[in-house]
Design a protein around this ligand. Structure first.
Ligand code: NAD
Ligand code: DAU
Length: 354
């Protein structure tokens, strides 16, 4: 069986990917994660006894450590999920975004290229470096613009998006200059189990359950294209197996929704699953000052991955959202474990003095 070095596997998408990869026996997994505030090893507790899953705490920017892990575990692929991922945090303090998303990715590329160059020819041919990126690198769409295609110009608008754009350029350059076998995926907003509650959907669910205000930036008419995380993981594995080296693939959910509509849908689900006698959850909705530079709309054209590799999103947003809300209701221990004092500080910092 193959071995994959996954970075950032204790975060939202990485953990979902690892759980799927081990369950489906796609590969043995080595998970390198720095364990920042966004990580949670509870998400991977089911793999505690799995002899083919290895966890190492560390930084993708630690060249020595990454070199050691590559030599030690001899992976056939690296999948780079590790990143600082929250736009609002990048606005308040961009430093970590530059360090991990740009400098960290550079060091990971350097170590992986050196490892690949030493492999035997058949192993070199098999090796892949898959970089997980975002649709935010393409900037913002107007209501009638066509969805983002892979050849859209890069027009990032937040420090987060700019740092991801920069890492995508480095990945591209390592293929172009050194022939290093890279692949890049650019996906839209993910939702599903194990997402840290600083992001819109889990924040809304958890605040609503606690009877707290549901903050909506601006007028709530900004649009995102929601992709169910488990389907995203299938797409990532497909690109790893069958993607053309050096290319990028857009992955979207075909589910464009305004933020207000997402929050209202969550409220309706909660009214049914945990009805309150004295109020409806939507009464908690609170319009707050907009995010600076807030991108208006994201939408993905997935026709490349669909036509060339045969992947299509199948999850309907209403059923995916229902499953997601049910997951948060059924996993109160996980939910409690992420609401640390540092999380409460973030909520104060971002919302109290808006
Ligand atoms: P996340 O914030 O939930 O998790 C990131 C993980 O990376 C955490 O476990 C963290 O500890 C780890 N990490 C951070 N810095 C590190 C470092 N220097 N070295 C090692 N590990 C480090 O992020 P996510 O939502 O799972 O996103 C995963 C990837 O997908 C990111 O690259 C993100 O940019 C991209 N992406 C996410 C979404 C989304 O909707 N969540 C959409 C598009 C693209
Ligand atoms: O598009 C892909 C991107 O999706 C990823 O690259 C990012 O890592 C991921 O965080 C996500 O970015 P967004 O900024 O779109 O996600 P977020 O959940 O922060 O916000 C979704 C929308 O909801 C956005 O328009 C801002 C709005 N919002 C968000 C929060 C946290 C609110 O209205 N209120 C809030 O409290």
């Amino acid at each position: 069986m193959q071995t994959i070095l996954v970075t950032g596997g204790a975060g939202f998408i990485g953990a979902n990917f690892i759980l799927k990869a081990r369950k489906a026996q796609w590969a043995n997994i080595v998970n390198l994660d720095k364990l920042t505030y966004a990580s949670n090893l509870q998400s991977l507790v089911d793999l505690q006894e799995d002899p083919n899953y290895y966890f190492i705490q560390g930084d993708i920017g630690n060249l020595e450590l990454v070199r050691y892990l590559l030599d030690q575990y001899q992976p056939n692929a690296v999948i780079n999920f590790a990143a600082e991922s929250h736009v609002d945090r990048s606005i308040l303090s961009p430093q970590n975004f530059i360090q991990t998303n740009i400098v960290g990715t550079f060091h990971l590329l350097e170590a992986s290229k050196a490892y690949w160059q030493k492999l035997t020819s058949p192993k070199q041919e098999q090796f892949r470096f898959l970089h997980i990126s975002t649709d935010e690198v393409y900037g913002s769409l107007n209501p009638n613009d066509p969805p983002f295609k892979e050849d859209n110009p890069y027009l990032p608008n937040s420090p987060y998006a700019a740092s991801k754009a920069s890492s995508d350029h480095l990945v591209r350059a390592y293929h172009h200059t050194y022939g290093f076998p890279t692949l890049t995926t650019n996906c839209s907003n993910n939702y599903g189990p194990f997402q840290f509650p600083e992001k819109l959907i889990p924040l809304t669910i958890i605040n609503a359950l606690n009877g707290k205000p549901l903050p909506i930036y601006g007028n709530g008419q900004n649009v995102r294209d929601w992709l169910y995380v488990k389907e995203h993981c299938d797409a990532i594995y497909l690109v790893l197996k069958e993607g053309i080296i050096g290319e990028a693939y857009n992955i979207g959910g075909l589910n464009e929704q305004t933020n207000l509509s997402v929050v209202e849908k969550i409220c309706t689900i909660l009214d049914e699953l945990v009805p309150k006698s004295d109020f409806r959850h939507s009464s908690l909705i609170s319009f707050v000052k907009d995010r600076p530079g807030h991108d208006w709309r994201y939408a993905i054209d997935s026709s490349k991955i669909s036509n060339n590799l045969g992947w299509q999103p199948k999850e309907n947003f209403d059923s995916g959202l229902l499953k997601t809300v049910q997951w948060y209701l059924n996993n109160s221990a996980w939910v409690e474990s992420v609401q640390t004092s540092s999380y409460q500080n973030w909520i104060k910092q971002n919302y109290e003095k808006r």
